[in-house]
Design a protein around this ligand. Structure first.
Ligand code: MSP
Length: 514
């Protein structure tokens, strides 16, 4: 049976409480690079992102603007979609928690868990941080008795509420995390979660009565289902949980929930308990990435240090931003966003290394061979070492991407770009062109450079889709861009003899440093 491999990847669904900043774009760009890589590697991918629209905070913000909550979120979510489009995010679906398809799933899940006796009504008293929509215990507060996330004051809140018996599943989730080392990555976050569960899990408050912008509790409509119980279930909705059994079987369990480090706890412990209560398998992997920081501080609207990704895209192009985020920050660790570093990367890695390689190569093929690539022969030792490195690069790249070492995968490709540029200097095609006896050598060098660029364009396609396409077009590769697979980068010598290349066009202009 020829079964297609599938890959289901999600980003968190974003709060529409503020404009998205470059930190959110970071998370979505990583997910997009992984999704594109998996497609390239032949997987059938389902890539989900979306918006987490309910809650008191949104309701209050909307009221302050004299809008209904849905009117307010419609406006913001349109901005999300625009940003993802400009950033070339290739999501297969965009889930909004305000959609009827999602309400249906959340209510059904609530019913199922209530019917088995794991949801009960009680009284909740807790320390609540409204901006973060989180309850905290005394122990979790910061040194000033404030919210440990945003450091603003918390208030004591008491209300009738439904609870999910999370305590019942604590041991099972703990065992699951301990027995499945791949479930939670990077490994450093595993111990944090294990210790958290070992301190004991309290039952989870899953409804509120103090606002109504949310999904009503079935048969008790004065309650709305509260935050994580509503938000996490989004991952089940678009893959056919209630309406397409075959699709659901195909994509669940999710292969990867990519999330920021501060919400790993919710995605492993709370989500693990909910799924166990439902008798549904847990996702295969939750990966907690680090934060994009500015001078050591997490970017956030309240701190006034947000960087608007739209402005950056306008100024530098989506691919330049994507490249910087993927290359500069080691996945799993925090990374600094710095405009000067971005400009430097554009000038050195993109304009200089990659841009010049393409430009010089096409220019020489045009000038010395009238744009035609002639049949190559085996060539010299230098030629051979370039070809070997191309194959080695594609192989290492595949492994690094499979291991989520994205920044290392980018670096590997750039080492090969560096090698290719050096190959031009070493072989000096302009000298070969002056010597009739060197015709074949010249043909070999130009062919090898074009092949190297063809391979490079494939390998960078998950990082910089537009640039990849431009190189493909300038080389005039006949295979349709969408049909190219990773295997095509693992063979050196695919371009046919007598192939005609196009005119060189600049990929990235150099940025003047003011
Ligand atoms: N709505 C919840 C997620 C529910 S998932 C079922 C939420 N939303 S959020 O908008 O606050 O954050 C979404 C994601 O953006 C999180 O993974 C968070 O870590 C990430 N980031 C927010 N600021 C960030 C940085 N400065 N740097 C990197 N990622 C950041 O949490």
């Amino acid at each position: 049976m020829n079964e297609k491999k599938t890959f289901y990847i999600t980003t968190p669904i974003y709060y529409p409480s503020a404009k998205l900043h470059i930190g959110h774009a970071y998370c979505t760009t990583i997910a997009d690079a992984v999704a594109r890589f998996k497609r390239l590697a032949g997987y059938e991918v389902f890539f989900l992102t979306g918006s987490d629209e309910h809650g008191q905070k949104i309701q209050r913000t909307a009221e302050a603007e004299n809008l209904k909550p849905i009117e307010y979120v419609d406006k913001i979510v349109a901005g999300f979609k625009e940003l993802w489009k400009r950033l070339e995010i290739s999501n297969d679906d965009f889930i909004r928690t305000s959609e009827p398809r999602h309400h249906k799933v959340v209510q059904e899940i609530f019913r199922r868990i209530r019917d088995k006796g794991d949801i009960y009504k009680g009284e909740y008293t807790g320390l609540y941080c409204t901006p973060c929509e989180s309850y905290w215990t005394e122990l979790q507060l910061d040194e000033n008795g404030c919210c440990p996330d945003c450091h603003r004051p918390v208030e004591k809140v008491s209300e009738e509420a439904y609870f999910f018996k999370m305590s019942k599943y604590a041991d099972a989730v703990l065992k699951y995390i301990e027995e499945n080392p791949d479930f939670l990555e990077p490994k450093s976050r595993r111990n944090e979660m294990i210790n958290f569960i070992k301190q004991g899990l309290e039952d989870l408050c899953i409804s509120r009565t103090s606002f109504n912008w949310g999904i009503p509790v079935p048969d008790d409509e004065k309650h709305v289902i509260y935050v994580w119980f509503d938000a996490l279930t989004n991952y089940l909705t678009p893959i056919g949980f209630l309406d397409d059994e075959e699709k659901f079987k195909k994509f669940w369990p999710a292969d990867l929930h990519l999330v920021g480090k501060e919400i790993v706890r919710f995605h492993t412990i709370i989500w693990g308990c909910i799924l166990m209560a439902l008798g549904i398998d847990l996702p295969k992997k939750v990966y907690g990435h680090g934060w994009l920081v500015i001078g050591g501080d997490k970017m956030s609207k309240s701190k006034g240090n947000v960087v608007d990704p739209m402005l950056l895209i306008d100024e530098f192009s989506a691919d330049a931003i994507r490249y910087f985020l993927l290359r500069e920050i080691t996945l799993g660790q925090d990374g600094n966003f710095n405009r000067d570093a971005l400009i430097q990367r554009i000038n050195s890695d993109l304009a200089n290394d990659l841009g010049n390689l393409l430009h010089r190569t096409l220019n020489m093929i045009g000038k010395f061979q009238n744009k035609i690539l002639l049949a190559p022969t085996e060539g010299t030792e230098i030629d051979k070492s370039l070809k070997d490195m191309a194959i080695e690069t594609a192989k290492n790249y595949r492994q690094l991407m499979e291991d989520m070492k994205i920044s290392d995968a980018v670096k590997t490709v750039w080492q090969f770009i560096g090698r290719s540029n050096k190959y031009i200097d070493e072989t000096a095609p302009w000298k070969l062109a002056k010597d009739e006896t060197q015709k074949q050598n010249l043909a070999n060098v130009l062919y090898n450079l074009a092949e190297s660029l063809r391979i490079i364009s494939i390998l960078i396609s998950p990082f910089m889709p537009a640039t990849s396409r431009k190189i493909h077009e300038q080389l005039q590769i006949s295979q349709p861009f969408e049909e190219i697979r990773l295997e095509d980068a693992e063979i050196f010598g695919k371009i046919e003899k007598n192939h005609e290349v196009g005119k060189p066009e600049q990929l990235f202009p150099r940025i003047e440093i003011k």
